[in-house]
Design a protein around this ligand. Structure first.
Ligand code: HEC
Ligand code: HEC
Ligand code: HEC
Length: 201
């Protein structure tokens, strides 16, 4: 992203707009309270949160679910918020126009449709999709189980024998042993992809 901004010599204000809109990722999963919450209560919440994230039981639970725990303090996030919000007027107006454009392409109030109104059932990653029936449990009228075996619909292959064939020229492949891009144990076999990848309710 930053390389592209460089390459196309994007003007400084547009760059700030892009950075502000993309900054969401840097916040992780922050917890917020409403403006005007008394400082002593904010302090209690911040201290308890920091303490909770050191709790052994919680850490064990996170490890079991293969979730990374990477704590950022309330103070750090507050600094980040101030940095992102502290923009010249032109940048705020430009960001407003960009958000309006994105919104008008995704949300149609007169039709009561927003991007999350209907799930996209092509595939099975962000919504159950094909796995609504192909879940290894449903049966068709003739009693056949609707398999969710990946090879029913995909040929997921990986290269083998690179070393002996002398590097990347090897043309030998095998069916992937673990087709999920990051190690999540056997969860990709047992859970619906959308349980982890779906939109939050
Ligand atoms: C409403 C239920 C339902 C949904 C949703 C569904 N299928 Fe099926 N699918 C079936 C049934 C029933 C069969 C026939 C299984 C049988 O009798 O052997 C079938 C068979 C198949 C077969 C043939 C393999 C076989 O076992 O016979 C393929 C391939 C397939 N479906 C792909 C897909 C894909 C891809 C999606 C998602 C885009 C999808 N299906 C979604 C019900 C469904
Ligand atoms: C019933 C058929 C079916 C089965 C079974 C199935 N898939 Fe898929 N899968 C699809 C379809 C259809 C798509 C969407 C293709 C598209 O959007 O062009 C898809 C998409 C994907 C993608 C791309 C997801 C993304 O968001 O980029 C991955 C990865 C994937 N499948 C892996 C798997 C794995 C692993 C399994 C076994 C656990 C599996 N699939 C089982 C039909 C199936
Ligand atoms: C237990 C939770 C979990 C389940 C179940 C799961 N995933 Fe993932 N998946 C993850 C995590 C965590 C990552 C890494 C996220 C990242 O790097 O942003 C990931 C990354 C991915 C990626 C690469 C990054 C991306 O979003 O494009 C794809 C594609 C993907 N998963 C597809 C699938 C498919 C298809 C299934 C079902 C067969 C599945 N996942 C089931 C947790 C899960």
């Amino acid at each position: 992203m930053y390389e592209l901004l460089e390459e196309f010599k994007v003007p400084n204000n547009s760059r700030r707009v892009a950075q502000a809109l993309l900054s969401g990722g840097e916040f992780g999963r922050p917890l917020m309270v409403t403006p005007g919450t008394p400082p002593e209560r904010v302090k209690i919440l911040r201290e308890s949160f920091a303490k909770a994230l050191k709790d052994e039981e919680l850490l064990a639970e996170a490890k079991k679910g293969r979730m990374d725990v990477d704590y950022s303090s309330g103070e750090e996030l507050e600094t980040l918020v101030k940095e992102v919000l502290d923009q010249p007027r032109e940048v705020i107006e430009q960001a407003g126009r960009v958000l309006l454009e994105i919104h008008s392409r995704n949300v149609f109030p007169e039709m009561k449709i927003a991007w999350g109104t209907y799930p996209n059932n092509i595939g099975h990653t962000e919504s159950p999709g094909c796995f609504r029936c192909h879940d290894g449990k449903h049966r068709s009228d003739d009693g056949a189980i609707l398999s969710r075996d990946c090879s029913l619909c995909h040929l997921l292959i990986e290269r083998i024998g690179e070393a002996e064939a002398g590097g990347r020229d090897s043309a030998r492949f095998q069916v992937m042993k673990n087709p999920h891009p990051v190690d999540i144990g056997d969860s990709w076999k047992e859970m619906l992809c959308s349980e982890c990848h779906g939109a939050s309710p």
